[in-house]
Design a protein. Structure first.
Length: 281
């Protein structure tokens, strides 16, 4: 009897081990267990990425109830600095990373493509500008709307503060680094749009996905600021939305890796589409 019992226990043990191995293999094939993933992710950076970051965070936390994602919107430069200082998991940047930022450890992970819309107040009769006219307005050589087919009224040049990803991308794309003649330098996309909407003669630039009907978006070189025109490569003011990490994604925690699997997967890219951005497919 003892021998039979020993044999029976050995068989049961082997079965349990086999079942455990099958369960483990099944778990790997299905990805991360949604009920097991927990912890927190801290993102810091671009105000232009607020709508995207908030939408992604909401969906991700619904998917993983034991995960908390916090986001601070303090500008692209500050976000990349936080990643390189290892005080944040992810640095949101609405521009490409600079070489010195990469050399300090930041890795550029492009998660979507955004357009920069040039907008004016609703009473402005000018519907479009050429690239050269836009450059001349922002460097201070054109100062009156009558010079570009509009009313006899001074142009109020509005832009973002130093360190803003939107400003960095705008000035880089127009080759206007440190050459803009701003009347106002504001600290968020929303502030720029509100200032332009309330100021006759004002012109400003904002993230395409932040546009609303309080302002008029100008056509540039005859091309409207739309996702379709950017995808076609016809609209010259476009830039990447970057979620920078300190080191490659594969070197991050399992939680951060899962975040990027989500963001760059179909579910996350659908969120990007839903807030007016162009996907990185």
């Amino acid at each position: 009897m003892r021998r039979k019992s020993s044999k029976l226990l050995a068989v049961i043990g082997a079965c349990i081990l086999a079942m455990g191995s099958l369960t483990a293999c099944g778990s790997d094939s299905q990805g991360v267990d949604e009920t097991a993933l927990s912890g927190s992710i801290q993102m810091v950076g671009s105000t232009s990425m607020e709508k995207l970051a908030n939408a992604l965070s909401e969906v991700f936390m619904d998917k993983y109830p034991d995960v908390n994602v916090t986001v601070e919107f303090v500008g692209s430069g500050a976000g990349i600095e936080a990643v390189n200082n290892k005080t944040a998991d992810i640095g949101n940047s609405s521009r490409s990373l600079k070489e010195e930022e990469k050399q300090a450890g930041a890795v550029e992970n492009i998660v979507a493509i955004d357009g920069i819309a040039v907008c004016v107040d609703p009473t402005n009769a000018v519907m479009g500008l050429s690239k050269e006219q836009l450059i001349q307005i922002y460097n201070g050589n054109i100062t009156n709307w009558s010079e570009v087919g509009g009313a006899d009224a001074p142009i109020v040049v509005v832009g973002r503060e130093a360190g803003s990803g939107t400003r960095g991308a705008f000035e880089e794309l127009l080759e206007l680094e440190d050459a803009c003649a701003y009347a106002n330098e504001l600290d968020s996309t929303g502030a720029v749009m509100a200032k332009v909407a309330a100021t006759p003669g004002a012109i400003g630039y904002v993230s395409l996905d932040a546009l609303n009907d309080s302002v008029i978006a100008l056509a540039l070189d005859g091309v409207a600021a739309t996702a379709e025109s950017i995808k076609a490569g016809n609209y010259f003011l476009s830039r990447p939305f970057v979620m920078a990490t300190n080191g490659e994604i594969s070197a991050q925690s399992e939680l951060v890796q899962e975040w990027f699997r989500f963001v760059l997967g179909e579910e996350g890219q659908e969120v990007a589409r839903s807030v007016g951005l162009i996907t990185v497919e």
